[in-house]
Design a protein. Sequence first.
Lengths: 460, 195
Amino acid sequence: MLWTELRVLIVDTGRVWWRLLPMIMGVYLLGWLGTELTLRVAVIAGDISPWLALVLFAVSFVCTLGAAIVILTLAGRELGIRELLPEDEREIDDRDTSLTRLLVITLLPFLGMYAAFGHVAEAANRLLTQQWIRYGFLSDQQTVLGALYDLATKHPAWLLALILGIYVLRRLLDYVAERTGLHVLGLVVVLIEAFFMLMVIMGGIRVFQEFQLWLRDRAVMQWLAEAEDAAADFFAIFKIKLPEILTRVWAFFSDHIWPVLIDVVAQPLFWLAVAALVFGSRVLSLAELWRRGQPYTSRMPGATAFARYREKRAFRRLGPPPKGMRLAAVRFQEAFLGDIDDKYLPALHALRLVVRAGPIFLGAYIFVYNLVIIAQNYVESGLNWLAGGHEIEFWVRWEPVFALLQDALTEPIRLCLLAVAFRRCLELFAQQAAAQPRRAAAPVAAPVGTPALIDAEARS
Amino acid sequence: MTRARSKLARSELMGVLAVIALIGLSAIGLRLSEPDEKFQVITGDFGEPVKINNGEVSVTQVRVGSFLREDDLLTDRTAGMFVAVTVTAATTGPEQLKLGSARLLSGQVHYDTYQIAGGMNASPGFQVSADTLFEVDPAQIDDLALELWPDEVISGYQQRVRIKLGVTAANAEQWRAAARDHGIEISRVTTRAIP
């Protein structure tokens, strides 16, 4: 079993990568070129305004993300992920016809992943380094991080207003883009969304740090310290060195357990869940139904966790449409909760879905994923060994080339592995569903009009 | 039925154990693939010039003592041991040689600089000599090595020079004896053209 999973993941990833090599390398190089060019322009644009630099920095992320999504889509197509859908389920999702729509849907979870695993901070440091080299360390010229730091520490209310303003603008444009179907607007929405996320991530960190500093000086922290001392004194009566034990336990957890949980286990799973979003809500919905062992014919639009917000509302809608204040409240709710429902929750549900693919598959997938990361680390060490040690001026000049050599060898393989792993998930769900005795064709949720749904509608 | 169920449970248990083993293997593999030292180490021995980017570095003298002197006045005393390492850095390349950071290593023990007499910066065609002072534990001086590297605010994969000072487990007692009640005078930084 385990051997089969390992073989499927390794062999199929190798096959897909080899078959698509020219295409995915072309896309990857285009993404790299776009990222590097916009990053260089962002450094120069910093002379005019740090905010302009931040906008271009966001564009560089969109380039990276765009390339990753296209590679995942190509790999998914090669693996026939869409063909796994039965004929009558193969409805066209708007993410299949529009790259900008796909970007809008997946940008938030992708950027969240980049931020959670340090890639946003890494890229921000690259930009900052380039700006420092350009201006000098003692220059008065404000860098991107300097501008964000000032805003977050001196004018946090402005930062909050700016973030809210950008969010409202993005939702508005999103609405107009959906209504008009204009692809250009979709692209603008993607860029605004990337800028918004970077503002939240990079500015939010500063606000959080300020909050921590503020909290450190509060009386409540002193009370906690006194309570800790009192507990230590109490346990000292029984000759138990509580602070020492806690310090050791915490050190063991933070040094050994946490890195394994985050880097070794969580990272591959989160990436698989986020990659799953690229393959379409229909694919995810069907996978969910397979996992539950329900026949696909029982599926109703809006019934699954992956359905769009408006589909879910239509599925649950009862009685006459709301009027007056109630209509305004519903519109407001759609404007804000719809975003969470359409973008954040599918990522969460996708994570739940892949986690339930079974321990054997997940163990094999985690192992193979980490093999790719290990290979990436060795490629980096090899390149360092080849180039030898140098001062920072050398690395600033040549870093993009070294980063390209390192990532171009391993990143497409990682993306192909994600596609292969997701297809394997689907196969496993289908097998599980086929193995289970057929239940009566019951819809996923309770039928329309049941008291439970009436209550839910009334609450919403 | 019960037998089949227990067989299934056993196979599930084996699967879970295999998964835990794979996660453990992944963690070990990741740990091993991440280098502890994110710099290139160039090793050398006492008295021999070591080539690095833009120049050569050599350790020309090692002195030990328990107190510091300046113009025959006692300026500092230690319960441990002072080690003063005289380093000469020559810029043979086209760009300035800058070595601003140093530490002493003895196995897993690291000693940070107690005092650097002056910046180890030499312009092209020149060499600079300076003393770097460390305070060490006399019980932990086996295989002492001096590590020097450029002092950069931000750095990439750097070069670090690591020169053995000739203190070994076999002669460590002699060094300790030499340090007892002995004073060290830190010499001034000298710069001159490469001969």
